[in-house]
Design a binder for this molecule. Structure first.
Ligand code: SAH
Length: 232
């Protein structure tokens, strides 16, 4: 009996230490990978310092959760490097009342970051097992304001639009027209665009007075934007 109590206490102690270790790694990531570079937006930094990235990484890769690069999330997909997540979030100039669309839910990590900052997040994932996993994890972590849909994000989510901001986290060969249509006037989209499997440009798309302006902001590598075969 006494032994099992000891074992339980040791187990609890281990869990608490592991927890602490991740929060230390998270703090260090914010300082060295974000603030030391060009991430200054307070809401972005607070969200990156709060969301437990390790929970979004499958256990076999969890050790790498806070490294300065992308991490595999299974199904041939990756969770983006923390810096890229922060850069894209900051670029959207989010306000708490905003409604945001994400295409490429993946692990759900970027959706959680957005859900820390804005009222409503709609996110679409084409790979069903990933979408389902992200949906239940976001629920468990209490992100009730992040709604996940399984489907082809090329079409956006017209019933929920228009959106104040749109973020695409898979590399597209061209900007899907439905996404431009679902961007509010005054809104901004950030999307990696370029040739299949090559280096792409992160493109910032601004819509103002009905006019669409595009600006390349940096070179990036992203997993490809895919399409459902039967879709037009
Ligand atoms: N934002 C994610 C990482 C995305 S990786 C995170 O925080 O973990 C890119 C994701 O986009 C992959 O999961 C991929 O399956 C998905 N994807 C690719 N093409 C898509 C499409 N047409 N519609 C929706 N999701 C797509």
């Amino acid at each position: 009996m006494r032994l099992s109590w000891l074992a339980l206490l040791a187990g609890l102690g281990f869990a608490v230490c592991a927890q602490d270790d991740y929060s230390i790694q998270r703090k260090t990531m914010v300082e060295t990978q974000l603030k030391a570079r060009d991430i200054y937006d307070k809401a972005t930094l607070a969200a990156m310092g709060k969301v437990p990235r390790e929970q979004f990484v499958p256990s076999e890769y969890r050790f790498y959760s806070y490294t300065d690069g992308p991490v595999s999330i299974g199904e041939g997909q990756t969770i983006s490097q923390p810096y890229i997540v922060a850069y894209m979030t900051q670029a959207l100039r989010l306000k708490p009342h905003h409604k945001v669309l994400e295409v490429g839910t993946g692990s759900g990590y970027q959706a959680a970051i957005l859900a820390e900052i804005v009222d409503s997040v709609y996110t679409i994932e084409i790979v069903k097992p990933l979408g389902l996993r992200a949906k239940s994890l976001l629920k468990v972590l209490g992100y009730d304001n992040a709604i996940v849909k399984i489907g082809d994000g090329y079409h956006g989510w017209p019933e929920k639009g228009p959106f104040d901001a749109i973020i695409v986290t898979a590399g597209a060969e061209a900007i899907p027209k439905p996404l431009i249509d679902q961007l509010k006037d005054g809104g901004r989209m950030i999307i990696p665009v370029g040739p299949h499997r090559g280096v792409r440009q992160l493109v910032q798309v601004d819509k103002r007075n009905g006019k669409v302006r595009k600006k390349s902001v940096m070179a990036v590598r992203f997993v490809p934007f895919t399409r459902n075969k039967e879709d037009p």
